[in-house]
Ligand binder design. Structure first.
Ligand code: CAA
Length: 379
């Protein structure tokens, strides 16, 4: 067992850290406050290869492994989880699915601009009445010979307004349940696509979350991914990788809050000494560091399994549930270490605490992860 990162891993980690500090930190509070999408920063992330990290260079990607992806996601998320969710969705949910299951034509047309960051993508599974219960899709993709007629509404869509290409799950054969669902590649500018209002969220406020409506959208047959009825399996397989991304995002939020708490505890004095010299604070720091290390190991193990073409469904759900619960706990404790200062925006930890919450909800709630884990261990 080798816990050593390679030179290349360390280089990518440093590049992501430098980008986060130089490009994301300035303005992160303002973007959060005004719900401003980090458009310029996302463009630069694309230019640096962070939006198609694991895509083959043949399709414009950086050709890196999943370990590199975890390291980069952690660094970006320490500073700006609104930017890292764009990165996670584009890499894991959109590019990976297209590269793994798309046709050569679909890859040339859609994957290349997505992997090079010329455009960004969105993944559309959730609906007003189909969140955790993802098989209950109400959006329909009626087979009309050479095209599908798409009708329905998708909710909570990350990159909902900024994405140009969507992967949309919709029901074609309702009588077949999960086996009747298809995933279609839909372009934002196809007639019949309407973007709903932007959600006013608790956290990751810089990210662009919308509902998206489809009314009689004609989607060419060649835009279906995989065989007829493969759509639900496509979504589940894609989400298994997506969960490594969100677990790493949660890890980054936690380690960002921990680093701030550690620094503050060495600066702030109370009762005649630095608060880091009080055991009450030392125990908090020790617990934070331990839980973060456990999260990091789970994320890296899931990534390692992915890189070795092993089944990572169980490990990615374990990483996600543990890291997201760690993020919620660590960020709350980081606010506590900061006392009153932790409750105001300038010290960043209150934002990290708000951002942490979504990691327990999207790409499968903590309850969904426990369903996946318990099914796997009981199988
Ligand atoms: N890989 C391959 N196939 C899978 C699979 C996987 N990981 N998980 C399930 N399947 C298959 C099953 O084998 C089954 O196929 P068969 O009938 O051939 O056996 C089929 O899919 C249906 O599976 P289930 O019967 O297990 O389905 P279920 O209705 O019981 O639901 C669930 C299972 C795990 C709860 C699933 O619905 C789920 O993951 N829900 C959460 C959805 C989710 O994560 N949504 C996030 C939206 S995206 C998002 O948040 C992005 C963003 O913006 C950041």
């Amino acid at each position: 067992m080798d816990f050593q990162l390679t030179e290349e891993h360390l280089m990518i980690q440093k590049a992501a850290r430098d980008f986060a500090i130089n490009e994301l930190l300035p303005g992160v509070i303002e973007r959060d406050e005004h719900q401003k999408f980090p458009a310029e920063q996302v463009k630069k992330l694309g230019e640096l290869g962070f939006l198609g990290m694991m895509v083959s260079p043949k399709y414009g990607g950086a050709g890196l492994d999943a370990i590199s992806y975890v390291l980069a996601m952690e660094e970006i998320s320490k500073i700006d989880a609104s930017a890292s969710v764009v990165m996670s969705v584009n890499n894991s949910l959109v590019c990976w699915g297209l590269e793994t299951f798309g046709t050569e034509e679909q890859k040339q047309k859609y994957l290349v601009p997505l992997a090079t960051g010329q455009i960004i993508g969105a993944f559309m599974l959730s609906e007003p009445e189909a969140g955790s219960d993802a098989t209950s899709q109400r959006t329909t993709a009626e087979d009309r010979g050479d095209h599908y007629l798409l009708n329905g509404t998708k909710n909570w869509i990350t990159n909902g307004n900024s994405a140009s290409v969507y992967l949309v799950m919709a029901q074609t054969h309702p009588e077949k349940g999960s086996k009747g669902i298809n995933t279609l590649i839909v372009e934002k500018n196809m007639p019949g696509v309407t973007i709903g209002a932007k959600e006013n969220k608790l956290g990751i406020r810089g990210s662009d979350t919308h509902s998206v409506m489809f009314q009689d959208v004609k989607v060419p047959k060649e835009n279906r991914i995989g065989e007829d009825g493969f759509g639900f399996k496509f979504a589940m397989k894609t989400l298994a990788g997506g969960r490594i991304g969100i677990a790493s995002q949660a890890l980054g939020i936690a380690s960002g809050a921990y680093e701030l708490a550690l620094k503050y505890s060495r600066e702030r004095k109370a009762f005649g000494k630095e608060i880091s010299q009080h055991q009450a604070i030392q125990f908090k720091l020790a617990d934070m560091a331990t839980r973060i290390e456990a999260s990091r190991l789970l994320c890296l193990k899931a990534a390692w399994e992915k890189d070795h073409h092993l089944d990572y469904t169980l490990s990615s759900s374990m990483a996600k549930v543990f890291s997201s619960e760690t993020a919620m706990w660590v960020t709350t404790e980081a606010v506590q270490v900061h006392g009153g200062y932790g409750y105001v925006k300038e010290y960043h930890v209150e934002r990290l605490m708000r951002d942490a919450k979504i990691t327990q909800i999207y790409e499968g709630t903590s309850e969904v992860q426990r369903i996946v884990i318990s099914r796997s261990i009981l199988a």
